[in-house]
Design a protein around this ligand. Structure first.
Ligand SMILES: CC(C)(COP(=O)(O)OP(=O)(O)OC[C@H]1O[C@@H](n2cnc3c(N)ncnc32)[C@H](O)[C@@H]1OP(=O)(O)O)[C@@H](O)C(=O)NCCC(=O)NCCS
Length: 172
């Protein structure tokens, strides 16, 4: 699937059930549907979904991303893609869209936490310039695993786009 074939926009309440199903497939300690509904009420929180560009059943949610804007910082809280659709650029398209949105609100730095053992995610974040800047030892209750704290500067290309009068993408 190409990025052009994806439709990325704000999450609508009727999509939260699908997100919760995807969450169960992607994480060992998943958020419940109710937790997503509470999250959607937070003024700090932004939820994006990736859907295919088609109609009907093709409009199923393929991936989602949740971030907070905290001052000039972008905090990535969740990102996941349907298991059988990974390595097709869906998470990249979600994160690029979120970065573009965040840069319109003068965010310059992005941060997240990730399990030390989550190699696919670490490789993914590396592609976006994230680097380890800290460790929370024994952070995850289920395994006692460490959380790595990653930071990245928002890519110059996205920040440059903001100086162009027609640049920047509004999240639909
Ligand atoms: C991490 C995750 C969101 C990546 O989603 P994705 O849509 O597969 O990512 P993309 O296709 O945009 O990958 C972009 C690049 O990241 C790297 N990457 C992503 N997944 C990878 C993997 N399993 N192995 C190696 N590199 C990987 C590659 O460089 C890839 O580019 P390439 O496919 O051209 O080589 C997905 O694996 C996922 O949902 N994991 C479960 C949930 C999770 O762990 N979320 C992160 C919690 S912090």
């Amino acid at each position: 699937m190409t990025e052009e074939g994806l439709n990325i926009g704000k999450c609508h309440p009727e999509e939260i059930r699908q997100i919760a199903l995807l969450e169960r497939e992607a994480f060992t300690c998943p958020w419940t549907e109710e937790m997503f509904r509470q999250e959607a009420l937070s003024p700090l929180s932004h939820m994006l979904v990736a859907k295919s560009g088609g109609r009907g059943i093709e409009q199923a949610v393929l991936g989602y991303l949740i971030f907070w804007l905290v001052g000039d910082e972008f905090h990535l809280h969740k990102i996941a893609v349907k298991r059988d659709l990974r390595r097709r650029g869906i998470a990249s398209a979600l994160l690029a869209k979120a970065f573009t949105y965040a840069s319109q609100y003068h965010c310059r730095r992005a941060t997240l936490e990730v399990r030390r053992s989550n190699v696919p995610a670490l490789l993914f974040y590396d592609r976006f310039g994230f680097a380890v800047e800290g460790i929370r030892h024994g952070y995850y209750d289920d395994t006692g695993e460490d959380a790595l704290i990653l930071w990245a500067d928002l890519p110059d290309s996205i920040l440059r786009d903001q100086t162009c009068p027609h640049g920047g993408i509004q999240v639909a």
